[in-house]
Design a binder for this molecule. Structure first.
Ligand SMILES: Cc1ncc(COP(=O)(O)O)c(C=O)c1O
Length: 353
């Protein structure tokens, strides 16, 4: 059977090919980003002399209400730098069982920081303060050194579930002086869904990272923010991990466009993901999906034969993915239009026939 898709073009006039719902990382830079990259003023960031990198870092720090920020090549590196900055070898980190830092970074925390992660449950995206408190009491009893607690907002594996501010405040009430790190790879999706300003989230955590390369459509990069002292140490850790860049203003310029003009449109991605989630309920039934938790741009659902479904969707020109055994994922983003969603829904129905 042939594809039901016509030619799909990006805002920069590029042929996008198949409809790609595997991730929001597949977005192409917009025409405005490409212009900004072409015109970017640059310098050697090793010497702190790239004005565009500096502008991006200051912009992000002000958005999340922190003193300083650091531009790094990826979200994974931002998390790894945060761990290296907060911990010493042998320390313990508390994180949710399904968080990126634990499941999707190839044991990087053990390799890069020599720390042990004690996990707590996070099926619905958030950490339960009572469970974290019990874990902290146990760690103290056993003589462990707890260095940092990490949360993920939005929480990707639960279908992009955003944290409510109260949930974060309640967690902070039990973690006290222990630093709290937020993997906010999709922090702006969370803000758009909950109405909580990024700086409000920032008030209750000690470090926060966000990716400009996901729903905000920049080609490369993430930012890590915290106090000026924290970021000075993080800069050293970035060098140790080989993430120091030179004329990085070329890519930072797209990050500035991402932060300035791509945040508000995330509401469109959320609306479209909602349509996909409703179609999954229609096609596969309610029991395979936690429809109420899906409030941002990620749709996850259980399926008995994900590989077969993924292959069949691909044969119709719609790429989807999986994030765990029997868990299928579809993600909306800047290169997905209303027409694309309509077509994807048609293909979903066709695959269930
Ligand atoms: C929640 C979360 N954190 C961190 C990352 C890592 O980002 P990167 O792919 O830029 O390393 C991802 C990537 O998908 C993510 O979903």
């Amino acid at each position: 059977m042939g594809s039901v898709l016509g030619t799909r073009m990006s805002s920069a006039g590029e042929n996008l090919g198949a409809l790609d719902l595997r991730s929001d990382t597949v977005t192409r830079p917009t025409a405005e980003m490409r212009r900004a990259m072409y015109e970017a003023e640059v310098g050697d960031d090793r010497y702190g002399e790239d004005p565009t990198v500096r502008e991006l870092q200051e912009l992000y720090a002000s958005i999340v209400g922190k003193e300083a920020a650091l531009f790094v090549p990826s979200g994974t590196m931002a998390n790894q730098i945060a761990l290296r900055t907060w911990t010493s070898p042998g320390d313990v980190v508390i994180a949710g069982k399904n968080q990126h830092v634990l499941q999707y970074e190839r044991s990087g925390s053990a390799v890069n920081s020599s720390v042990q992660i004690h996990w707590v449950s996070d099926e619905r995206g958030v950490l339960n303060p009572s469970e974290v408190e019990r874990e902290m009491t146990l760690l103290e009893y056993l003589g462990h050194s707890l260095a940092v607690v990490a949360v993920e907002n939005t929480h990707m594996p639960s279908g992009g579930r955003p944290w409510e501010l109260k949930e974060l405040k309640d967690l902070r009430a039990v973690t006290g002086d222990t630093p709290l790190h937020m993997d906010g790879a999709r922090l702006f999706n969370a803000s758009v869904a909950t109405g909580v300003d990024p700086s409000e989230y920032g008030r209750y955590v000690d470090s926060v990272m966000s990716c400009v390369s996901k729903g905000l459509a920049a080609p490369v990069g993430s930012l890590l923010a915290g106090t000026a002292d924290f970021i000075a140490s993080a800069r050293d850790q970035r060098q140790i991990l080989g993430g120091q860049m030179r004329q990085a203003g070329i890519i930072a310029s797209a990050g500035i466009v991402a932060l300035r003009s791509m945040r508000e449109r995330l509401v469109e991605d959320h609306r479209r993901a909602g349509l996909l989630a409703d179609a999954v309920v229609e096609v596969f039934g309610e029991s395979c999906i936690d429809r109420a938790s899906l409030r941002t741009n990620i749709v996850v659902f259980r399926h008995e034969t994900p590989d077969a479904l993924i292959a069949e969707m691909a044969s119709h020109g719609v790429l989807i993915g999986s994030i765990a055994p029997n868990v299928v994922r579809m993600v909306t983003h800047n290169d997905v239009s209303d027409d694309d969603i309509e077509r994807a829904i048609k293909v979903l129905h066709r695959c269930a026939e």
